[in-house]
Design a protein around this ligand. Structure first.
Ligand SMILES: [Zn+2]
Length: 328
């Protein structure tokens, strides 16, 4: 308190010394404490991949609660040890949502688009549009929405609360397998999370059906971006290789959700996987390739901005975040 009072006194003294107190009606207002806003700071982070400009735009962190909820088959003690050794809370798992905006000079491409207006994970999520504007980009400018898979946190930002597309000029790219699975009419009443995910995917993907192009393994999506099949987490889960000149990076979607648990234990089964074994095979195959080629990656759920490298270590991988501001 004393420090605050001293600052106010010195401010008055300074104003007085410059003879400004008489012209500025601030003396009274300065006594009122400003309310604590609690508003999250904009999360966007810009770097280059060769000639391309990349910007990671956060949709807000997903608080998943007790870690064992996501990994019910895995020993709780091992999860707790892994988290504790990494100086992370052992009683609560948080996953960021790193949407990747890529300006190739020809097109503006947004990889995945968050949970949207329904904000089922609370008011600190569904922030993509606000953070996009904070980064100097208007949704009208986006040419392509490239989607890793049709889960709630990756494609529910397509349609706004008014039922209209948030990105009115964008074409949509997704695998046919994921589109078919998650928009199937007869799957709406499926057990557990699946039914709700299907309803949300239908709400977001069916209104833009005419604008959808299906991506295929090994095929170019737009110049500089190639789809790579990585099934398991969902039937048609895709990751995307980005290349400009000799600079390469991979947008890995949900190939790995957590930078410690799923890299140190790459065989682990995640509760939201459609086929956990197949997911682990895809994870191992692509992470090995990224480690071997020392290729940079943007991980959708790793700590913001999710840009870095993986290295093969023991039975799994280590995560090495990129230096702040470093280009690829
Ligand atoms: Zn996800």
């Amino acid at each position: 308190m004393d420090q605050v009072r001293d600052l106010r006194l010195s401010r008055r003294a300074a104003l007085g010394a410059f003879g400004a107190a008489a012209t500025l009606p601030l003396a009274g207002a300065a006594e009122a404490a400003a309310p604590i806003t609690g508003i999250r700071a904009p999360d966007w982070y810009r770097f280059r991949i060769g000639e391309f400009e990349a910007t990671v735009i956060q949709d807000g962190p997903l608080a998943l609660g007790e870690p064992s909820g996501g990994f019910p088959q895995h020993p709780k003690e091992d999860l707790a040890n892994l988290l504790q050794q990494s100086f992370l809370p052992t009683n609560a798992l948080t996953l960021d949502q790193n949407c990747l905006l890529l300006n190739t000079g020809r097109q503006l491409i947004l990889f995945d688009n968050g949970v949207g207006f329904t904000r089922p994970f609370g008011p600190n999520t569904g922030l993509l549009l606000a953070n996009l504007r904070a980064a100097g980009v208007h949704p009208d400018q986006v040419d392509a929405l490239v989607i890793s898979h049709a889960h709630i946190d990756h494609c529910w930002g397509i349609i706004g609360g008014d039922g209209k597309p948030n990105f009115p000029n964008a074409r949509v790219f997704i695998s046919k397998a994921d589109f078919d699975y998650w928009t199937a009419e007869d799957r709406q009443n499926a057990q557990g999370f699946v039914g709700d995910f299907v309803k949300g995917a239908r709400r977001n993907l069916l209104p833009v059906r005419e604008r959808i192009t299906f991506v295929e393994d090994g095929k170019e999506v737009v110049p500089g971006v190639t789809a790579v099949s990585a099934p398991g987490h969902t039937v048609g889960h895709m990751v995307y290789a980005i290349q400009s000149g000799n600079s390469k990076a991979m947008f890995i979607g949900d190939l790995a959700h957590h930078q410690v648990i799923m890299l140190r234990r790459p065989q682990i089964e995640f509760a939201f996987d459609t086929d956990a074994r197949q997911s682990a095979q895809s994870r191992l195959r692509i992470l090995r390739q990224l480690a071997q080629e020392r290729m940079a990656l943007v991980a959708y759920h790793f700590p913001f901005p999710g840009l870095g490298h993986v290295a093969a270590e023991g039975e799994g991988f280590g995560w090495y975040p990129a230096a702040w501001g470093a280009d690829i």
